[in-house]
Design a protein around this ligand. Structure first.
Ligand code: RIB
Length: 299
C-alpha cells in the first residue's frame, strides 16, 4: 500500500504555438482545466499502475475542490486524509508550447495549510510494509515531519525533489529513495552544469555518503540510478511529445507502485520510464497518465 503525502491542484492550461519570452504576449491556441498537483498526479499514477493508494493533503472550499480530486476518487484512491480547509484549492497556471515544453506557476492555496500534524497523522495510519511518497509542493516542515515519522516506523520513503526549493538538499538526505530531474540533482549534489560523467561521479559520491537509492530522470534519455553500489540505467520510449506536464509524476507513481508490487529495481525503473513516455502523448497531467495494461504492452 502507498500513501502519497503532497499537493493537489487544479491546472489551468493554455496551449500556444510557442512559449512567450519574459514581457511578451503570445496568442493562445486552446484552454483546458484538468486535475493536477504533483502529489495527486503521483497518487493517481500509482493507483493506475495497480497499487492501493491513500492520498493525504488538502483542498479548499471553492469550485475547484471537487474537480481537483474527481479522478482520484473515480480511481478508488483513499481520500480520508485529504482536508477540506477554508480558502482556495491550489492552482497551477500552465503554458504548453508547440514542442510540448511547458512553463508553470503554482499558487499553493490549501496546499500551504498542510502541517507537521497532518504528516504525523498520515504516517500513523500506515503499516511498516507500506511506501510513503512525497514531493515538495507542501510546506517543507510537513515534509520533514513525514520523513522523520516514516523513518522511526521503518516505512520506506520515496521523495521526489520537485519543484526545486532551497530546502531540497536537506530534505533529500532524509528519504530512503530520492527521485530528481537533472536540475534538481545538481542542487542536491551542489554542482551546476554537470556533464554525464560529472553526474555519475556525483551519484557515486552521494550514494557512498548516505547509502540512499538515487534516481535521476533525464527526459528523452531515460533514467540513471544508483542502488547498492551499482549504477543502473533504463530507457523510456522514443516519442514525439505533445505535452510533458505530469510525465515526471507518472514516472514517480509507477516507480513506487512497481516497488510496492515487488518488482525488481531495474524492471521498476523501465516500467516507470515507459509510463512517463506514454504520459507525454496526451494533454493534461492526470488525463494523460496511462493504465497499467498500456504500459505492460510496451515493456
Ligand atoms: O508536475 C506537474 C504538476 O505540477 C501539475 O499538475 C501542476 O499542478 C504542478 O503542480
Amino acid at each position: 500500500m502507498i500513501t502519497v503525502f503532497g499537493s493537489i491542484n487544479m491546472d489551468l492550461i493554455a496551449t500556444t504555438a510557442r512559449l512567450p519570452k519574459p514581457g511578451e504576449t503570445v496568442a493562445g491556441t486552446g484552454f483546458a482545466t484538468a486535475a493536477g498537483g504533483k502529489g495527486a498526479n503521483q497518487a493517481l499514477a500509482a493507483r493506475r499502475a495497480g497499487s492501493t493508494v491513500n492520498m493525504a493533503g488538502a483542498v479548499g472550499k471553492d469550485e475547484f475542490a471537487a474537480p481537483a480530486i474527481a479522478l482520484l476518487s473515480e480511481a478508488g484512491t483513499g481520500l480520508s486524509k485529504v482536508n477540506h480547509v477554508d480558502g482556495p484549492t491550489g492552482t497551477a497556471l500552465i503554458l504548453v508550447g508547440g514542442d510540448g515544453e511547458n512553463m508553470i506557476a503554482v499558487v499553493p492555496g490549501a496546499n500551504g495549510t498542510v502541517s507537521p500534524d497532518d504528516a504525523e497523522a498520515a504516517v500513523a495510519a500506515m503499516q511498516p510494509k507500506d511506501i510513503l511518497m512525497l514531493q515538495l509542493e507542501v510546506p517543507p516542515a510537513a515534509v520533514e515531519k513525514a520523513l522523520d515519522a516514516a523513518r522511526k516506523k521503518g516505512i520506506r520513503s520515496v521523495l521526489n525533489l520537485a519543484p526545486l526549493i532551497a530546502d531540497a538538499p536537506h530534505l533529500g538526505r532524509l528519504a530512503d529513495i530520492v527521485i530528481a530531474n537533472e536540475t534538481e540533482f545538481e542542487l542536491l549534489a551542489g554542482q551546476e552544469g554537470m556533464t554525464a560523467g560529472d553526474r555519475e561521479a556525483a551519484l557515486k559520491r552521494l550514494h557512498g555518503e548516505t547509502g540512499q537509492t538515487l534516481i535521476v530522470t533525464l527526459g528523452a534519455d531515460g533514467v540513471i540510478a544508483i542502488r547498492d553500489g551499482e549504477l543502473v540505467r533504463a530507457k523510456g520510449l522514443k516519442i514525439e511529445p505533445v505535452d510533458t506536464v505530469g510525465a515526471g509524476d507518472t514516472f514517480c507513481g509507477y516507480f513506487a507502485a512497481s516497488l510496492d508490487d515487488g518488482l525488481d529495481f531495474e524492471t521498476s525503473l523501465r516500467r516507470a520510464a515507459i509510463a512517463g513516455s506514454l504520459a507525454c502523448l496526451k494533454a493534461g497531467a492526470q488525463p494523460s497518465i496511462p493504465l497499467s495494461a498500456e504500459v505492460a504492452n510496451k515493456l
